[in-house]
Design a protein around this ligand. Structure first.
Ligand SMILES: *Cc1c(COP(=O)(O)O)cnc(C)c1O
Length: 339
């Protein structure tokens, strides 16, 4: 047995990419695998996504791009964040493509010029005639998951600004836009969260035909009976009113089960149970209705336990929870299934 086990389902990745391709009706899917594939494992996610028809990989940094290049010798890899001066030569040598947010275009490397249409972050405000190195024009949506009116306005600004350059690849859509805004498709959509089967809208991924890729399980290492007035964990945040059985699970915030997940629900032997008291670095407590044997399985994330629900409890988004999960061998056993 392992303290915790993280299972990555490559069949689900392929299903999600096919779902996105169907929604995009002819536009390409570029798989965004920055931050180690949002904590899911960049190489595994990238390989499965390419196998299902994704035609490029997107990352945030040149080092992320260089690491992927070792595994993917010929595929297109696009670095979406800014490159430092010394990284430009490395990107050129490794045939990475760069995103540039100014009129200063490096030579000898394929460039996507970013136009700011309303995100108010990276990008040029005014699009001049692009230099020869420029192969793509891109922008990024600020509200594809929340404000349709603003997203539509950004998409139309992008269409107008780039209309003279339809010979270049144009891309603005992220996962939310790929699923909900056909007008945002252009030539390609850069999709991260939906490839992982997580809802860009914070709801049930099944509503958009997506299948979660990550499953996270552990076990009850100890059952104990709290008598009235006894408590569990730091700060005594949970004090038993009557006799209360609790189970201690050897996973905590250092593993990525965050401290603000008190009150969320996990499955103990298939039954929904509340997380009680303060989540510690290496352990958490769940409410039980009886003693359970040591080794009783606990599903922290998986069928019946949506990461979206944990995100709602923690007041954050699945992106932040997923990137926080530590699947390194010192903390968890990571299993890749390719069914
Ligand atoms: C991370 C990122 C994406 C992917 O967004 P998802 O919501 O995960 O699909 C797309 N474009 C840019 C520029 C990004 O930084």
């Amino acid at each position: 047995m392992h303290r915790s086990e993280i299972t990555i389902d490559l069949g689900a990745v392929r299903h999600n990419v096919r779902r996105l391709l169907a929604a995009l009706r002819g536009a390409q899917v570029w798989a965004v695998v920055k931050a180690d594939g949002y904590g899911h494992g960049a190489g595994d996610i990238a390989g499965a996504a390419l196998g299902a028809g994704a035609t490029a990989l997107c990352v945030a940094t040149v080092p992320e791009g260089l690491a992927l290049r070792r595994e993917f010798r010929t595929e297109r890899i696009i670095v979406m964040g800014p490159a430092l001066n010394r990284e430009i030569a490395q990107a050129r040598d490794a045939h990475l493509e760069l995103v540039v947010s100014s009129e200063e275009i490096p030579s000898g490397v394929r460039v996507h010029l970013k136009v700011d249409t309303g995100m108010g972050r990276w990008g040029v405000s005014e699009l001049m005639t692009p230099a020869l190195e420029v192969v793509g024009l891109m922008s990024h949506l600020a509200t594809a998951d929340t404000d349709a009116g603003y997203a539509d306005w950004q998409i139309e600004r992008f269409r107008t600004a780039t209309a003279p350059y339809t010979h270049l690849e144009r891309h603005i859509a992220n996962s939310a836009a790929a699923l909900r805004y056909p007008a945002a498709a252009f030539d390609a959509a850069r999709c991260g969260i939906a490839v992982l089967g997580l809802s860009p809208f914070g709801g049930d991924p099944a509503d958009d035909g997506l299948r979660p890729v990550l499953r996270w399980t552990s076990y009850v290492a100890l059952s104990r009976l709290l008598r009235p007035g006894q408590s569990t964990g730091y700060g005594r945040r949970f004090v038993a009113e009557g006799d209360t059985w609790i189970g201690i699970v050897p996973v905590g915030y250092a593993d990525g089960f965050r401290r603000d997940l008190t009150g969320t629900t996990v499955l103990v032997d298939g039954e929904p149970k509340r997380v009680l008291g303060t989540v510690s670095m290496d352990a958490l407590a769940v409410e039980l209705d009886r003693a359970v044997p040591e080794g009783t399985p606990v599903v922290l994330v998986g069928t019946g336990v949506l990461l979206e629900e944990h995100a709602r409890v923690a007041g954050t988004i699945t992106y932040e929870l997923a990137t926080g999960i530590d699947s390194s061998p010192t903390r968890a056993r990571r299993v890749v299934v390719d069914a």
